[in-house]
Ligand binder design. Sequence first.
Ligand SMILES: [Zn+2]
Length: 139
Amino acid sequence: MVDAQSEMKSVLLKMKEDTLSEIKRALKSGANTTTGEPSGDIYDQASSERDRELDLLLGDREREKLANIEEALLRIQDGEYGICEECEEEIPLGRLKVLPFARYCVKCKSDIEKQQAQTKRFEEDRVYREIALGEEEEM
Ligand SMILES: [Zn+2]
């Protein structure tokens, strides 16, 4: 398991690096099109603005990916990585290689998905009922 963890750690660190350089590339191409001649002063003044810009350029997808990577790295640090959060069994390395952020074994994951699908249906039913009720009140 220690070997699997260190193997996944390097996979995750590589992913993080790739994601960060993707973001930097996106930032650079964005800066080239928006700013004409950047000077040090302008960069200092605009640093908070640039943070906001980074936030905007960081799509939800990248942000989520980075968060997932950080979380997985933390779990490796805590020795919790690769252990199903539901049944506490080891998640097979093969699954981790395909899904580095996997937190559940295949069995628990499919149980959880079934549960979520049920909850979602239940919530959708409730929303429809609320909409129906709302319409009645307006009348
Ligand atoms: Zn499990």
